[in-house]
Design a protein around this ligand. Structure first.
Ligand code: HEC
Length: 124
């Protein structure tokens, strides 16, 4: 017990003396080498992805969905019924932070169903 106490005290002392001197700590990259960093501009060309939805009901889709997705991406989704599209819109809003006002969720789901809808399958 006594030996453990002495070892602990010595360890504390060592930490207090050597840590501030930087002997025990690893050199922080970027801090000591910050003078070596030089930033330069790069020119890149992003793929053209500027297609918009057209026609009836395109306003909301362009406004709210194309913030994160391309028109092609949404066009390639499987057909869903209206309830499922509504769930999808709510998921974009709550999980991914899409800035969709609650009062527009149903309108958007309608528009999506109108474009990419699937008939509701009745269970027997
Ligand atoms: C803030 C960004 C953002 C906005 C705005 C957004 N989404 Fe998404 N969406 C995502 C992310 C992130 C994913 C997940 C992508 C992945 O898993 O590869 C996703 C995935 C999807 C998927 C694939 C299925 C799924 O659930 O993962 C569909 C369909 C979809 N979004 C539709 C929409 C529609 C319709 C709108 C407009 C009402 C919309 N999104 C708006 C971020 C967004």
């Amino acid at each position: 017990m006594r030996r453990w106490l002495i070892v602990s005290l010595i360890s504390c002392l060592c930490l207090q003396v050597f840590y501030p001197l930087g002997i025990l700590s690893e050199p922080v990259k970027g801090v000591s080498e910050s003078k070596k960093i030089s930033l330069k501009s790069e020119k890149i060309t992003l793929p053209q992805d500027s297609k918009l939805f057209t026609g009836i009901g395109s306003k909301h889709l362009n406004q709210y969905c194309l913030i994160c997705h391309s028109e092609e991406y949404l066009n390639s989704q499987p057909a869903l019924d209206k309830k499922m599209w509504e769930k999808e819109v709510l998921k974009m809003k709550s999980s991914y932070g899409a800035p969709i006002p609650t009062e527009d969720v149903e309108v958007i789901a309608d528009e999506l169903y109108h474009r990419f809808g699937a008939p509701v399958i009745q269970k027997k």
